[in-house]
Design a protein around this ligand. Structure first.
Ligand SMILES: Cc1cc2nc3c(=O)[nH]c(=O)nc-3n(C[C@H](O)[C@H](O)[C@H](O)COP(=O)(O)O)c2cc1C
Length: 364
């Protein structure tokens, strides 16, 4: 008998019956022209769908102030909701489960992405260093206390729209230096109102969004992604272990479906560093499904599941380059290598040879 592959064992996530534990991580692709998802995404997502497999969309804006990168999708207008429908249907036709990652970039933006050229909004008026990660970041405007309910409401409405578009649930993007992270982390959040200072105060926005979204669509359809240990886009914390544990415990109150955590080794996007930190205390503290992501290959993914350190493993770059990733794990065949040059380009069908030629590779 073939040995069991832990990543390919079934798992019951709330009301959802997953046939395996290989999740598509959220991956921004910058191909949703005018913030509207395009028909080519039908092929992209359905290629990665499997019977009983969980897919998470690329980060999807909750409002007209939520963008900071070119051509990322949104879910705040009727047109966007309609455009998502055939994409969701195609994933469902293949038996996949599909969650929409709902997102607000906060200060990771510039005036050009904002309505009327206004300043991006954040917990703070401290900006990201212009030029960092290649972005032309503008100085942000600190939200006043009485503006925060409207931001929470944008997440609530986006979640409602996601359900209307047919998604099975939403993942609240609380990671990677975007607006929720800008409230969570003490190296960015310098507020003196009830949304800043103590751990309880810094976590308040995240938890208000969780509560509003759970009340709107049902707690059994809500997950949240956190990157407690990372400092992407200058969004770090002086005591990530305490922050992670506080959030994991606080989330239990809302009984949401899952907590999706980026491993501490992903200190920077794309680079692995060993750190003294572990997600295990968060895993143990949180009562729902625990998804782990960040730098996984088949072997350490299997080990994390077998050891009980995670219920599900999200794969980003490997799933991007290998649409049939679960099948390749099953057959134990070689994986395609990912190509960074194609990650964020706006053309969905670019010949890889052209890219390599333009880059000046010798072997074209
Ligand atoms: C092209 C690309 C786009 C990404 N977009 C998102 C995103 O929209 N939302 C998000 O939470 N993380 C995003 N990430 C992070 C991935 O979800 C994942 O955490 C990261 O790639 C590490 O996992 P991996 O080693 O399996 O690729 C992105 C990463 C890449 C490479």
């Amino acid at each position: 008998m073939a040995p069991t592959i832990p990543l390919l064992t079934p798992y019951k996530m709330g009301n959802f019956n997953l046939s395996h534990r290989v999740v598509l991580a959220p991956l921004t692709r910058n191909r949703s022209y005018g913030n509207v998802p395009q028909p080519h995404a039908i092929l992209y997502y359905s290629q990665r769908a499997t019977e009983g497999g969980l897919l998470i969309t690329e980060a999807t804006g909750v409002s007209d102030t939520a963008q900071g990168y070119p051509e990322t999708p949104g879910i705040w207008t009727k047109e966007q909701v309609e455009a998502w429908k055939p994409i969701v249907n195609a994933v469902h036709e293949k038996g996949g489960l599909f969650f929409c990652q709902i997102w607000h970039v906060g200060r990771v933006s510039n005036n050009g992405f904002q309505p009327n050229g206004e300043a991006p909004i954040s917990s703070t008026d401290k900006g990201v260093t212009p030029g960092l990660d290649g972005g032309d970041w503008s100085p942000p405007r600190r939200l006043t206390t009485d503006e925060i309910p409207a931001l929470v409401n944008d997440f609530r409405l986006a979640a409602r729209n996601a359900i209307d578009a047919g998604f099975d649930g939403v993942e609240i993007h609380g990671a990677n230096g975007y607006i929720i992270d800008q409230f969570l982390k003490d190296q960015v959040n310098d507020r003196t109102d009830q949304y800043g200072g103590t751990l309880e105060n810094r976590c308040r926005l995240a938890l208000e969004i969780v509560e509003a979204v759970a009340n709107e669509i049902g707690r059994d359809k809500v997950g949240i992604r956190l990157s407690i240990f990372a400092n992407y886009l200058e969004c770090g914390d002086s005591d990530p272990e305490a922050l992670g544990l506080y959030m994991a415990k606080a989330l239990n109150k809302y009984k949401i479906l899952y907590l999706h955590v980026i491993e501490p080794r992903m200190v920077q996007v794309g680079n692995i560093f060993e750190t003294p930190y572990s997600t295990l205390p968060m895993r143990k503290a949180f009562n729902g499904t625990f998804i782990s992501a960040g730098g996984y290959k088949k072997d350490d993914g299997n080990k994390a599941v077998a050891d009980g350190n995670a219920d599900l493993i999200a794969f980003g770059r490997l799933f991007l380059a290998n649409p049939d990733l679960p099948k390749r794990f099953e057959l134990d065949v070689e994986l395609n290598k990912y190509n960074r040059a194609t990650f964020y380009i706006q053309d969905p069908v670019v010949d890889i040879l052209i890219i390599r030629f333009l880059r000046g590779d010798d072997d074209v």
